[in-house]
Design a protein around this ligand. Structure first.
Ligand code: PLP
Length: 366
């Protein structure tokens, strides 16, 4: 049995008439950049997250960068994020001229270690960017306490956490502001590049609105030096069709995760990450830890099963940051996880038979 890591075609097939009509409408009305489809999606996504504002932008990376700029963070400022994330979590900090300060993750849930954040705060620290990695929210109570104690801006990197929950509230509404990516493979995926910010702060939303479009409050008036980071009309239309299905898709992901977890609970050699009962996991990825990860991954591939690795090189060991002086051993838990994490196939349309095939092949490979 072939089990892909992810299947973007299944979702398109299930919504084809609505998606084709929505995209066709953008083409027929020539509303290619921003426009009514983006405006409508912004309103629905703000309501979905439980925030007053949402601003659609060009990508998740742009969302993080524009938020940092909107908060006035730049040269000479330090921003704390976690060593085991997609590179963009730190890259956005560098893009505004600020200094990324990395901390380690926790062994049990792979999420940012709040005690390490507290220890990393200096007089130059301006913000913390926790990552809701794999779709589970970070320890936001702990992070909010640290942010309040040191008067820091708290920005969620919610790029993997569309629809995830924390004590009854949604990702995107848990901090001063949040950044989302709608890259096609995310839980809510566009058909190209797209992202958004959410916040309850009207002034920050307005600044991001200006910054995404050359610092323009009104056409051809430039109050700030901004960027060209607008969302396409086609992406707004696609996202608007998909959003009402997100909770259902996430429920399917959680059911798949339950099946994986039940089947793997007693497998010697497999370590499952902690799923916190007070956080609704979005299961963007289903990640386990296994010794000899690369050999196990290759054995799965021989059975037609595609597993992934998120991420094989922690941020502090990336060549792009060679000048920062970070070295092996600086963040031991992030390094250990880079060596043993394995992402099993996970998407809403995955079948029980496919999950069982993955489990059987995995057991045989251990
Ligand atoms: C995908 C992702 C991003 C970047 O989003 P893009 O839309 O690809 O720019 C940032 N942070 C995390 C954790 C991500 O998974």
């Amino acid at each position: 049995m072939i089990v892909p890591f992810l299947d973007l075609q299944a979702q398109y097939r299930s919504l084809k008439p609505e998606l084709d009509a929505a995209v066709g409408h953008v083409l027929a009305t020539s509303t290619y950049v921003l426009g009514p489809s983006v405006r409508a999606f912004e309103e629905s996504f703000a309501a979905f997250c439980g925030t007053r504002h949402c601003v659609g932008v060009a990508s998740g990376t742009a969302a993080l960068e524009l938020l940092l700029r909107a908060y006035g963070i730049g040269q000479g400022d330090e921003v704390i994020t976690v060593a085991n994330s997609f590179f963009a979590s730190a890259e956005a900090i560098s893009l505004v001229g600020a200094t990324p300060v990395l901390v380690d993750c926790r062994a049990d849930d792979a999420l940012i270690d709040v005690d390490a954040v507290e220890a990393a705060v200096t007089a130059r620290t301006k913000a913390i960017i926790p990552v809701h990695l794999y779709g589970q929210c970070a320890d936001m109570d702990g992070l909010r306490a640290t942010a309040a104690r040191h008067r820091l801006v708290l920005i969620e990197d919610a790029c993997q956490a569309h629809g995830a929950g924390y004590k009854g509230a949604r990702a995107g509404s848990l901090a001063d502001a949040a950044a989302f990516s709608f890259y096609p493979g995310k839980n809510l995926g566009a058909y190209g590049e797209a992202g958004a910010i959410t916040t309850n702060d009207g002034a920050i939303a307005e600044r991001v609105r200006m910054l995404r479009e050359h610092g323009m409050p009104r056409k051809y008036e430039h109050a700030l030096v901004g960027r060209n980071d607008r969302m396409d009309g086609i992406q707004g239309a696609v996202l608007g069709v998909k959003l009402p299905h997100l909770d259902g898709w996430n429920a399917q992901r959680r059911a798949h995760a339950r099946r994986y977890r039940n089947s793997l609970a007693d497998s010697a050699g497999v370590t499952l990450l902690t799923e916190h009962p007070d956080r609704e996991h979005g299961y963007h990825l289903f990640v386990i830890r296994v010794p000899e990860r690369d050999r196990v991954r290759a054995a799965l591939a021989e059975h037609g099963i595609n597993a992934g690795v998120h991420y094989p090189i922690p941020i502090h060991l990336q060549a792009a940051y060679a000048d920062r002086g970070w070295k092996r051993g600086d963040f031991p838990e992030a390094e250990a996880q880079a060596n043993d994490v394995l992402s099993l196939p996970m998407f809403p349309e995955l079948t029980d038979a496919q999950i069982d095939a993955v489990v059987t092949a995995l057991r045989a490979a251990l």
